[in-house]
Design a protein around this ligand. Structure first.
Ligand SMILES: [Zn+2]
Length: 121
């Protein structure tokens, strides 16, 4: 029983895309029109942005959303959450490249990964 729980937990921490369950790459620096953006893209079309502190989520969100719109700022501004795109927030440890399950708050060394995906794709 204990072993089974451990296994389940290990699956929960695998760095998988919340939309398609594929393993995603470590967030890396991407050059955009706005400057630098730390995140990546999944084969399913989802774009993710990483906030190592969990304190700049607003900024990371905008950068991720613009990237999702192919750098089109105007289009990004017209997007509606839940209609034009879906959002998933994951807790992530960049040192171990594992997700951190559960709602343990923003304390500690874990950052926030914000996944956005256009609906209907
Ligand atoms: Zn995906």
């Amino acid at each position: 029983m204990w072993k089974r729980q451990r296994e389940d937990k290990s699956v929960l921490t695998e760095p998988r895309c919340p939309f398609c369950r594929a393993l995603f790459e470590r967030p890396h620096e991407i050059v955009t029109d706005l400057g630098f953006f730390t995140g990546g893209m999944c084969d399913c079309g989802a774009v993710y942005g990483f906030d190592p502190t969990g304190k700049n989520l607003g900024e990371v969100f905008m950068e991720t959303l613009v990237e999702l719109c192919g750098g089109d700022w105007q289009r990004a501004m017209s997007m509606t959450r839940g209609e034009s795109y879906e959002e998933r927030v994951l807790r992530y440890n960049p040192r171990t490249h594992r997700l951190v399950p559960g709602g343990t708050g923003y304390a500690g060394k874990t950052g926030i990964l914000l996944f956005l995906k256009l609906t209907g794709e």
